[in-house]
Design a protein around this ligand. Structure first.
Ligand code: SIN
Length: 287
């Protein structure tokens, strides 16, 4: 329980995250409550689970915008009509066409790390959940960095890595959700370079900033060495001791920090519908 605020907070029994109870996001939060939410987000390693949120897309967008400007996903066909700030994460097919990105998050990643100013955080709201599966796992990349053996810390000190949307997209070729990108889309998501370890701009803590989804290589290393080192970092950062696995409940809104966490969608059997809305808040250039 947090003193002096109008909501209850329960730390999750995991490497990151807290549950927020008795807070209604359908109404604008006063400045003190909003500041308490922001503090809770930073103090719980960048993961908050807001339970039981019956909110409209407009209310979801309005709450998200308080953290910063919202990013528009390059796969425009999956944006919520009338609300381009909202990506539909959905396996629902209507009139023979997918209405959302059904395989979003199938590889560990940090949202939009392939952009020059990657996302601060994402807010995912559950509208329809499958009877089986559909969990999402989150890993704490502060803890992963802290626990690296000294020899690996030395190897990545000052190193930079390439992040590429295409690198990830190509691995899904043939997926019904991933038609080939147009030239315009490719131009929108050119490769970018970020430090392998970043300093979180709000907490000042160091976090690993590589992810299997979008990090294609470490610069200034031979290819084989870059691949080997990335593999070490990917395997290390997703060890069970750094991970919380979220089993969704109806109307959960989960807010994660893309600057110090990565996440993975576990998927669900095809016969079940899974339908969520995601907003993505813009962040700063990593340093
Ligand atoms: C995502 O990566 O944003 C989607 C995660 C999920 O569907 O659980």
């Amino acid at each position: 329980m947090t003193e002096g605020t109008v909501f209850r907070l329960h730390r999750l029994d995991a490497a990151l995250g807290a549950e927020i109870l008795d807070l209604d996001l359908s109404r604008p939060l006063d400045d003190d409550t909003f500041a308490a939410v922001r503090r809770a987000f930073l103090e719980n390693n960048g993961l908050l689970v807001f339970r039981a949120q019956s909110i409209t897309p407009e209310q979801h967008i309005e709450f998200s915008r308080r953290f910063g400007p919202l990013m528009i996903h390059v796969l425009r066909q999956y944006l919520l009509p009338g609300h381009p700030e909202t990506l539909r994460v959905s396996n629902v097919i209507e009139n023979g066409e997918p209405i959302g990105l059904g395989d979003a998050g199938a590889i560990w990643h940090s949202d939009l790390s392939y952009t020059p100013e990657p996302s601060l955080g994402s807010l995912l709201h559950a509208l329809e959940l499958p009877a089986e599966g559909g969990d999402t796992s989150f890993a704490n990349l502060y803890a992963a960095y802290d626990a690296l053996p000294a020899v690996i810390k030395q190897r990545i000190e000052g190193k930079r890595a390439m992040h590429s949307y295409n690198h990830s997209y190509e691995r899904f070729s043939g997926s019904k959700w991933r038609p080939p990108l147009t030239e315009n889309q490719k131009n929108e998501v050119r490769e970018v370079i970020h430090p392998v370890v970043r300093i979180h701009p709000e907490t000042g803590r160091k976090a690993l900033f590589v992810n299997e989804g979008f990090t294609s290589r470490i610069l200034d290393l031979p290819d084989a060495e870059s691949r080997e080192l990335l593999e070490v970092l990917f395997t290390h950062s997703t060890k069970a001791c750094f991970v919380y696995r979220h089993r969704w409940q109806d109307h959960d809104l989960v807010f994660w920090d893309n600057r110090c966490t990565i996440h993975l969608a576990h998927g669900c059997p095809e016969q079940f519908r899974r339908h969520l809305h995601r907003t993505t808040v813009k962040g700063d250039a990593p340093y």
